[in-house]
Design a binder for this molecule. Structure first.
Ligand SMILES: [Zn+2]
Length: 100
């Protein structure tokens, strides 16, 4: 009977969840205001456009829309601006729930 192979060396766990610092940053006042009024077209001054080319796609109902990504310079919140065809209002959706 051959000897048992040696146990593999214990490897350090590398897949531990690292808390993202951005998620702990409280949203700034302007982002909270935007969350309260997500249908306005004008981005607050603290938002910087991330991708200059809008992503154009279609909703499940077949309605075309475009999406722009913004990031807040103050609190780092990432916003997506959805602009649907034939709709008067846009909608701002934060990438993750805002932290107060
Ligand atoms: Zn902000």
């Amino acid at each position: 009977m051959p000897p048992l192979p040696p146990l593999p060396p214990s490897t350090p766990v590398t897949s531990q969840p690292v808390p993202a610092p951005a998620s702990a940053t409280p949203a700034c006042e302007r982002c909270l205001e935007l969350a309260a009024d997500p249908r306005r077209r004008e981005p607050p001054a603290c938002l910087a456009l991330r991708n200059t080319a809008p992503l154009v796609s279609q909703s499940a109902a077949g309605v075309p829309f475009s999406m722009l990504t913004f990031a807040c310079r103050d609190c780092g919140t990432v916003w997506r601006l959805y602009d649907r065809a034939n709709e008067l209002f846009v909608s701002w959706v934060p990438e993750r729930p805002l932290v107060r």
